[in-house]
Design a protein around this ligand. Structure first.
Ligand code: FES
Length: 99
């Protein structure tokens, strides 16, 4: 059962081109956007609207709303609920902070 869950992280799995904050990357296909951002080393992906503290995805199942990003111009998308698609354009609120 777990083999299927993690098969997208195998060495020869197909890759998917995405753009994060204007930078092109290749990530394993079939990852969620939140998992792809983590795969790329983005731990924090937004700032708290009041305190400006760095925030990161927490639940990875659509409950906490800590993973809000802009996907293809659509604001407030939960990154954990969207699968990466070829040439998807993702914007986080952490431009200039993450790689
Ligand atoms: S990580 Fe909790 S809603 Fe996306």
């Amino acid at each position: 059962m777990t083999d299927l869950l993690f098969s997208c992280l195998l060495k020869d799995s197909p890759m998917c081109p995405i753009t994060v904050n204007g930078v092109e990357h290749q990530v394993p296909a079939r990852l969620s956007v939140a998992a792809a951002l983590l795969y790329l080393g983005n731990l924090a992906i937004r700032k708290h609207p009041v305190s400006s503290e760095a925030r990161a995805p927490f639940c990875y199942m659509g409950v906490c709303f800590e993973c809000l990003v802009i996907i293809d111009g659509q604001h407030k998308q939960r990154a954990c609920l969207r699968e990466v698609m070829p040439h998807m354009c993702i914007e986080t609120a952490m431009v200039g902070v993450n790689p």
